[in-house]
Design a protein around this ligand. Sequence first.
Ligand code: MLT
Length: 409
Amino acid sequence: MALVNEHFLKLPESYLYTDIARRVNAFRATHRGADPVNLGIGDVTEPLPPACVEAMREAVEELGRRETFRGYGPERGYDFLTEAILKHDYAAHGIRLGAEEIFVNDGAKGDTGSIGELLRWDNSMAVPDPAYPVYAESNILWGRSGQQEEGGAWSNLTYLPCTAESRFVPHVPDHRVDLVYLCSPGNPTGTALTRAELKQWVDYALENDTILIYDGAYESYVRETGVPRSIYEIRGARRVAVEIRSFSKTAGFTGVRCGYTVIPRELTVSTLEGERIALGALWARRQSVRSGGTGYVAQRGAAAVYTPEGQEQVRALTDFYLGNARFMREELKRMGLEVAGGENAPYLWLRVPEGMTSWRFFDRLLYEAHVVSAPGCGFGPHGEGYLRLTAFNSAENCREAMRRIRKIL
Ligand code: MLT
């Protein structure tokens, strides 16, 4: 008899976005002909940048010819992509990294969830609250999160409250933890950490021998000068931080799947005997067992992001979503709602009207305004009383959503 990994059974019955989809399906079934505007899951809507399309078309043709066909690719990613990442995302910003420190992946979610597999189950861990559900949920699977308590919190996690009073920024805890997840610009609050705030985290990690898992999936939305785009802009971060990035929100790759993880050489973890082991070497070994690499076509598409045309097109794409965010932010404020985010991120974080819960306001927007959102409580206990809207939709749909919300408020 095979026994189940019981930690799996602790997972909430469904993933947040599955739950939202289920509710939207129920709404559709009872409201035939209604056409809800989807500002729920952060999935892009605009077509791929032409430079990426062209590169992928050529890649497919290469694979279709005997002379240029390729089979398995390198586990860490093709040199053409790694070199473009190093040059444009790091060297151009004064950050020196080597090819062996970059691991191309099939989008940030997988690595964000899997990196914890390299660490003993009893490491202590902190997550921003609210945060992308994958941070806490993937660690439930390794037995690291403990038990879920009333109110939704996990007994072994340290929650870093991101409240209106703290500008939705997670602050360093008053005790040490082994592992901290950070996301900037943040999902779901849309708040970006300033250099000083990020430095506090790096200093905390250096002092406490803590590993920071830095989710930079939204870095291409940073527009404010002085807001770091990479954690390695902060001195000392190479010794403590893993950075994970994605082409999903940058270049519309949610369906194509490509991203990368950076694990600097200096970043080490300890055995019980105190021997230090390079995390990157462990990850490389793990990849050789667990990963078949990322598709050649996707990697060619991603490399095209770094061509001059690609850079222009990607900037136009992110500007477009930021334009939606700006528009909605102003509209919602005019409606008297308290709104954060939307300046360096494609997410808006709103406080729900007095006396309502996140799910009740979610239902009200769905059933009365026909607008799909994401309830704040799905991102953590401190998300209760908030709601997230994404700017990933057409300008017309964003306008329509605001018109509908205004009508019911
Ligand atoms: C979100 O809506 O939070 C994102 O789409 C999550 C993701 O990128 O997986």
